[in-house]
Design a protein around this ligand. Structure first.
Ligand code: PLP
Ligand code: COI
Length: 341
């Protein structure tokens, strides 16, 4: 590769790559769209995305296999989730094939930036759908922009597979009951910036949010879903209408049951019953599987498996998931989309 990047030490930072995809929606339809070298969006000052948060995003990754090929992990699931988010915010859906073709075109155009297999990095893709145009009342836009850009990334949490600490947010919720918690909209993240910053300043990787109605059950992490492995070898992850339906989480539910032989359960995770778990982790596209060392909840600090070592089941799940993503482990049907150059 001719590009001068320190592949082994990539964090999770923006990098301006040569190409991105952009398409406009006007008069009730999507135009064909194109790759562009222009990394700046041009939009009306009155765009509803800017004022009223009528926008949505996605996150997915392209991986380099041992043989040097490039593949995507479950991009159809990201397309479907973006469609659900679009419905919630009265935005036009981006059809699945259109979405996948756009993502593939960005990967192909920037293929030299897909990190080498050995580096542990991947190419993170950020699809973005925004309401634009000249509107000032609180109403949906008539025009939209769909764009997909990309950058090589490494670990999201600085520990990688080394466990890190998380803290329960007592003062702020991420989502409201019947709000937009299940949609991937920027507003959910805007509200999480302050508690996230407080957590970082206090030395924690991220915030654990509780259910907004009763504050008794874990919902999710600010940037990932939560899972725990019980002392009876069950894989448990919260079930709630106000958390983001994580594609990684659903993949792990499947792998835990079918490949590891665990009982896989979506259910309640009471914050005062953390003792039932032998291991815990955060999971997501950016987070991959990040082991949780311990959770600070008010004055109590609960340690799971170890503060320094990843637990054995979390490790097995990681190997299975990442093995599939990087082409070393056979994937369930339909999970892998090759990108041919
Ligand atoms: N929860 C939140 C709040 C997230 O931002 C993400 C990231 O996308 C996830 C969970 C994990 O979802 P996925 O596994 O689909 O990336
Ligand atoms: C992702 O994992 O793709 C996300 O969107 C998390 C993000 C907040 C970095």
């Amino acid at each position: 590769m001719s590009i001068n990047i320190d592949w082994e030490n990539l964090g999770f930072s923006y990098m301006k790559l040569p190409y991105r995809f952009i398409a406009h929606y006007k008069n009730g339809q999507w135009e064909k769209g194109e790759l562009t070298e222009d990394a700046t969006l041009h939009l009306s000052e009155s765009s509803p995305a800017l004022h009223y948060g009528q926008q949505a995003f996605e996150g997915l990754k392209a991986y380099r296999t041992k043989s040097g090929d490039i593949q995507l992990f479950r991009p159809d699931q990201n397309a479907e989730r973006l469609q659900k988010t679009a419905d919630r915010l009265l935005m036009p859906q981006v059809p699945t094939d259109f979405f996948i073709d756009a993502v593939k075109s960005v990967v192909k155009a920037n293929h030299e930036y897909v990190p080498p297999y050995e580096s542990g990095g991947s190419l993170y893709l950020r699809p973005l759908l925004i309401g634009v145009g000249d509107i000032i009342g609180v109403q949906p836009a008539q025009e939209y922009i769909f764009t997909v850009f990309a950058m090589p990334v490494g670990s999201y949490f600085k520990g990688g597979l080394t466990p890190t600490k998380f803290i329960v947010s007592r003062d702020y919720d991420r989502a409201a009951p019947h709000g937009t918690g299940a949609a991937k909209v920027g507003g959910n993240y805007a509200g999480s910036l302050l508690p996230g910053q407080n957590a970082h300043h206090a030395g924690y990787s991220d915030v654990i949010y509780l259910d907004p109605a009763t504050h008794t059950k874990i919902e999710e992490v600010g940037s990932a879903n939560f899972f725990g492995i019980t002392k009876d070898n069950e894989f448990v992850t919260p079930l709630s209408p106000s958390i983001l339906p994580s594609i990684t989480k659903y993949s792990l539910l499947y792998l835990a049951e079918k490949r590891l032989g665990l009982k896989a359960i979506e259910g309640d995770v009471e914050i005062d019953k953390l003792d039932r778990f032998a291991e815990a982790g955060a999971c997501g596209t950016a987070a991959v599987i990040s082991p949780i060392a311990g959770i600070q909840n008010a004055d109590e600090y609960h340690v799971f498996y170890s503060e320094t070592e990843v637990g054995p089941i979390t490790h097995k799940l990681y190997d299975e998931l990442v093995g599939i993503q990087k082409g070393d482990v056979p994937a369930p049907d339909g999970w892998i989309y090759p990108v041919s150059l």
